[in-house]
Design a protein around this ligand. Structure first.
Ligand code: 3H9
Length: 690
């Protein structure tokens, strides 16, 4: 065996030169891998003992793509194109042996091999779009030549990988290897040598492009189909243009188009934001002081108190990954309703083909309903999802403390309340934690894990691991009103309300936020959540527009009226009565209404969030600025291509943010706009949130 580079070895095994890549954790195409592949192919070409070349990876996966950390460090020889061309043009058959994931540049490497074999569990995809990019190693030109134009469009714009079985069906892999991969791939290589067939190069094929040439409207149809989902993002459109080039241009021209568009994306702000976010998401899982040696509490049954929308969604997360759940309600009728909703959700998924009918029964079989809290005694974790009221939660935690087994974790799904106060009513504050799910809890990816003053490391570690197990992204936060997400949302909602009083119609404010990239604006969001959260008819004083709307039974989408009027398809139209109410309240408060420009609307909604984020960092409520961004992208629909509020602040320039906050402070005379000390210090030092 010869070591070509620190990441690639060369060895001839009975006629087959095996290039073994070893670049943990994901065998990314770092410089040492590219260099090793280049040298390995050249060596095999010159080696009379080698009749074929096998590209094989050690560790948990085949090449998972270019080394993303290299993107910001500048280019180092050899380039990927040079390496891939050497493989494509090799005079001996080159075979990729795939396990784990062949992603991005990894799949592009495999596409430059003459043959691909894979284990049944392998996944293959081009996920560059998730980084605001397109496959820049020929993937957009080769993939459609193998799987056809429509499938390629779908793969490059969604970034979703295909299974080995599907890859076999479409011709993306030539064989599924049962048993040990290296041995199976070597056997395949020897068959290829024995057959002495001409070497198939994907670049020379165009049979699968004919369909699109005959039906050029395929692209227009595809653009229309993904328009809503990809609104605001540049990369999906650029990916489509590259596939168009594959269809309409000769291969080498198509490659030039791909390179040009790749460079445009790579140098733009969207890709910078999306690459930043890739690492931000992974960073969020790391908690200083908690490591491999920190013990975890095994979670084999979870209790959920409350079977409403939240409780039901939380329970679904657990059973989706095979964790049995006990749901406790107060009344049979409410329990039946809650269990009925869970079943209906699963049946809907089965109807859409996402799960099988057997899965529905298997999952429902994991749910146990009860009216007795004592049935939670065998749970390792109990999550309460009851009415958002301190007295109610304290009373419940006192009872759970008596019922739950020693060491069981008691979690609250509170979205804003003081977790320390809740923990203090128990004899086990070290086992109390906040698990703040976002609605709908079975869909939204974010989990705010709220650490109380006395929450133990083991409980934090267990909660972060559980989040991963149920496929959520967890962000650890500290205790304050609204934690990270809602605390920052409160200041935005406050400004939206002020803007409406000062003369900006709610639908205009919503449109500005929508155009910025949010899925909906502040008022639409209130209508969706319900205007009556925390409101009661008995105590209502009609003191705000929201209270008055509730009194009129305009309580949001559920009553078909709130800040908007809704038709039977939930289509909103601005409600004249809302304008009248704002006019009335403004007059009463002595506010002169005026035209407000979109720019001011946007600044007044976004800048206070950034300022609040800085205060959150100053107080140590969030561990890092990037955690705040993860909360906003996954919990509140902040557009990924803008990276999150703190990344956005960096892109504006912190000195500019401070300047603008001060300008609003001066023009309004309100301390609401006082820039946080942390932000000012950072801006003065020419720093950035990091
Ligand atoms: C590309 O290929 C461009 C080309 O078309 C053209 C170029 C000219 N680079 O996610 P995990 C790190 S673009 C560097 O927790 P998992 C990651 O940061 C690329 N580092 O593991 C983490 O580090 P740490 C296209 C990478 O098992 C560690 O590996 N490819 C890369 O849950 C473990 O990651 C992609 O976009 C990378 N490419 O999931 C694939 N990938 O431990 C991106 C990962 O220090 N990667 N790291 O925090 C993934 O989707 C997942 O990592 C994967 C494993 C599914 C592979």
């Amino acid at each position: 065996m010869v070591q070509l580079t620190s990441m690639v070895d060369y060895e001839v095994d009975d006629g087959v030169a095996v290039l073994t890549l070893d670049n943990p954790p994901v065998n990314a195409l770092s410089q040492g891998v590219r260099q090793g592949l280049k040298e390995g192919v050249a060596k095999a070409q010159a080696d009379a003992a080698a009749k074929a070349i096998l590209v094989y990876c050690k560790g948990s996966t085949f090449i998972a793509g270019a080394d993303i950390t290299e993107f910001s460090r500048g280019f180092v020889e050899p380039g990927l194109h040079e390496v891939l061309a050497a493989m494509d043009n090799a005079s001996k058959p080159v075979i990729a042996a795939i396990h784990g994931t062949a992603l991005g540049g990894g799949l592009e490497t495999a596409l430059c091999c003459h043959y691909r074999v894979a284990v049944a569990s392998a996944k293959l995809g081009l996920p560059e779009v998730n980084l605001g990019l397109l496959p820049g190693g020929g993937g957009t030109q080769r993939l459609p030549r193998v799987v056809g134009v429509e499938k390629a469009l779908q793969m490059v714009t969604s970034g979703v990988p295909v299974s080995a079985a599907e890859a076999l069906e479409t011709g993306l892999v030539d064989r599924i290897i049962e048993g040990e991969l290296r041995a199976g791939a070597l056997a395949f290589a020897r068959e290829v040598i024995a057959a002495a067939a001409p070497l198939p190069r994907i670049r020379d094929r165009d049979d699968k492009l004919q369909g699109a040439r005959a039906d050029p409207l395929v692209f227009a149809r595809f653009r229309a189909a993904i328009a809503a989902k990809t609104r605001g993002y540049l990369a999906p459109e650029y990916n489509i243009r590259c596939i168009e080039a594959a269809v309409n241009q000769p291969f080498d021209e198509g490659m030039k188009t791909e390179s040009k568009l790749f460079m445009e994306l790579m140098s733009g702000p969207q890709s910078a934001a999306q690459q930043y976010f890739f690492f931000a998401e992974r960073q969020a899982g790391k908690v200083p002081g908690i490591d491999r040696d920190t013990a975890e509490i095994p979670i084999s049954r979870v209790g959920v108190v409350g079977s409403g929308t939240m409780g039901g969604g939380i329970a679904m997360n657990m059973v989706n990954v095979g964790i049995p759940v006990t749901i406790v309600e107060v009344r049979q009728e409410a329990l039946d309703r809650g269990l009925g909703v869970i079943r209906r959700n699963y049946e809907n998924s089965a109807r859409k083909g996402r799960i099988s009918a057997a899965d529905v029964e298997q999952r429902m079989g994991l749910v146990r309903g009860s009216l007795d809290l004592a049935d939670l005694a065998d749970c390792d974790l109990v999550i309460e999802a009851v009415f958002e009221n301190m007295a109610v939660k304290k009373e419940l935690f006192g009872r759970l403390d008596v019922i739950a087994k020693p060491g069981a974790i008691l979690a609250s799904n509170t979205s804003a309340l003081d977790l320390n106060e809740i923990a203090a009513v128990t004899g086990r504050p070290e086992s109390v934690i906040g698990l703040h799910f976002f609605s709908p809890a079975n869909v939204m990816k974010l989990l705010e894990v709220v650490r109380g003053d006395r929450t133990s490391k083991e409980v934090i570690k267990t909660s972060m691991s559980l989040a991963k197990r149920i496929k959520k992204v967890a962000v650890l936060v500290g205790v304050c009103h609204g934690f990270v997400g809602n605390r920052m949302l409160f200041v935005r909602q406050y400004q939206a309300e002020q803007l409406a009083l000062e003369g900006a119609p709610p639908h205009r404010i919503d449109k500005v936020l929508y155009d910025f990239g949010f899925p909906m604006g502040a008022f639409q969001m209130s209508d969706l959540a319900g205007l009556d959260i925390g409101w009661s008819a008995e105590t209502s004083k009609g003191a705000t527009v929201r209270e008055r709307l509730c009194e009129m039974d305009r309580r949001g989408q559920k009553t078909n009226a709130g800040f908007y009027d809704y038709d039977e398809n939930r289509k909103p139209t601005p409600a004249p009565v809302v304008q009248e109410l704002y006019t009335e309240f403004a007059a009463r408060a002595g506010i002169t209404r005026r035209e407000i420009a979109d720019e001011e609307i946007l600044e007044r909604c976004i800048l206070p969030m950034i300022n609040e984020g800085a205060k959150i960092l100053d107080e140590g409520i969030a561990l890092r600025a990037s955690d705040i961004d993860v909360v906003y992208v996954y919990g509140y629909g902040w557009p990924l291509y803008r990276g999150g509020p703190m990344h956005y602040a960096n892109s504006l320039g912190l000195d500019r943010v401070v300047e603008k906050l001060r300008a609003y402070q001066q023009s309004t005379g309100s301390d609401f706009w006082q820039p946080s000390r942390y932000l000012v210090d950072l801006a003065n030092r020419g720093g950035r949130f990091s």
